[in-house]
Write a protein that binds this ligand. Sequence first.
Ligand code: ADP
Ligand code: MG
Length: 544
Amino acid sequence: MDEVTGAQLIAESLKAQKVEYMFGIVGVPVIEVAMAAQAAGIKYVGMRNEQAACYAASAIGYLTGRPGACLVVSGPGLIHALGGMANANMNCWPVVVIGGSADRNQETAGAFQEFPQVETCRLYSKFSARPSSLEAIPSVIEKAVRTSMYGRPGACYVDIAGDMVNAKVDRSDVRVVSCCPSPPVSLAHHGAITEAISVLKAAKRPLVIIGKGAAYGRAETALREFVEKSGLPFLPTPMGKGVLPDDHPNCVAAARSRALLQADVVLLLGARLNWILHFGLPPRFDPDVKIIQVDLCAEEIGNNVKPAVALLGDINSIVTQLLGGVRNDGWKYPSDTEWWNTLKDKIAANAKISKALALQSTIEGANTMDIGRTMLNNYLPRHRLDAGTFGTMGVGLGFAIAAAAVERSENKNQRIVCVEGDSAFGFSGMEVETMCRYNLPVVIIVVNNNGIYSGVDPETWKEMAKMGDLTSIAPPVTLLPEARYDEVMTAFGGRGFLVRTVEELRSALQLSLSDWERPSLLNVLIDPSSDRKQQVTVTCQEYM
Ligand code: ADP
Ligand code: MG
């Protein structure tokens, strides 16, 4: 008899579905699952909080197109992971969460950490189920992996009864479930493509918007050819940045507000008309703008704005279809139109401001992510991960760990840089221990202004402490002034730098980038009282 345990079945099933990474925190009843995962050839990264573990596993999904697994214990462990599941679902990223739970014979009896986990996860996932037997594990895992990727990607949950982990079954009684292929792709309807092309050709002020769906859909090659053949201006969303390089001549990111406001036709490629794109409505869009909406999720079509043309299907395929239409008759949007001139004028004007800003932001920057979006250029797809659709703070370290794990196995000779505010860092700061433990050479740059949004200087803080109980008088946004986040890193053997000047920043960056063996943290102290300059405030409102 060839017996296999529940833990082995889970691990082997994940591996059979080409799940290559697992992030988690072990404990009763899932320790054996993590061990079996390693034995099956899955890379296991032990994290310090389930939320960060789930962020990391979902980032794997975005970066590789195949979900990462997140392994958690029952009750509180699973509940901590819900933040990561919600974030993954909002971002449309695949992830599979495996949660240990109460033994089958203790259900509803008040078992240790018992919680209605399958029901709870339903609100945070596309699929939530508990295999009823060991024999059912492979097919439930296959369904979870498949569901996480097919249609609109998202989170899936598999609940494992504690007593099933070490229970055994004869291998010959378990049906082998083969690997589910990458999602099938579908083309848009032929007639709709013809219509889209004629709407584009009739446009006076056309604009292509590239969202993170285009990044996830790996549309970069077709999209570059389409943009260059059609001559259309394009605008990336924050995570659409890098699908085409930010310095591409057709990129009009520096004229974002004007482009959005005045475009008469928008080709929307894998971006939702939600808060990030001001709902596609006035006052930020023309009320009569014609949207050509490209999305693989039919339910998304028509949200907030009724599209002039709906192209339902895979972005990469649809862009190739559009390219065919453009290629056939050699049509190209002219580069000498009034629209291009307007956009170029605006870009030139903003370039001056942004040069001034570059100087300011190194010493003053008040909101790391907003400023980072405009100041940090991206040249490659899927190389910028941020707070995303859900606006989640604290995702940075988990994302960086996932990116470093992928980098390590793909060996692209790239460094992972994690730019965070001091408040954002605090949400998952203990993950620096994870980075040190696995020697992940991530460079963390903490832009430290002593608070959430902004704090106070050390002298003011001392004065306040003398005046009374800080819990009554300290502004809620304040954090400990000049906190030594760099020493959090050195505590675990990484490199820490306290940075006060541009010169110190430069040399700390050089030193950390030359170290491939361990992570670094640059604690960049900036003036806590400084706020954005007027121009920067504009970029803040423009956050997309
Ligand atoms: P952004 O944050 O860039 O605005 P969103 O997350 O709002 O992007 O939108 C991404 C959209 O892309 C989602 O509506 C999703 O359904 C869609 N999408 C994801 N992958 C593909 C694909 N391969 N083809 C078409 N649409 C896709
Ligand atoms: Mg801050």
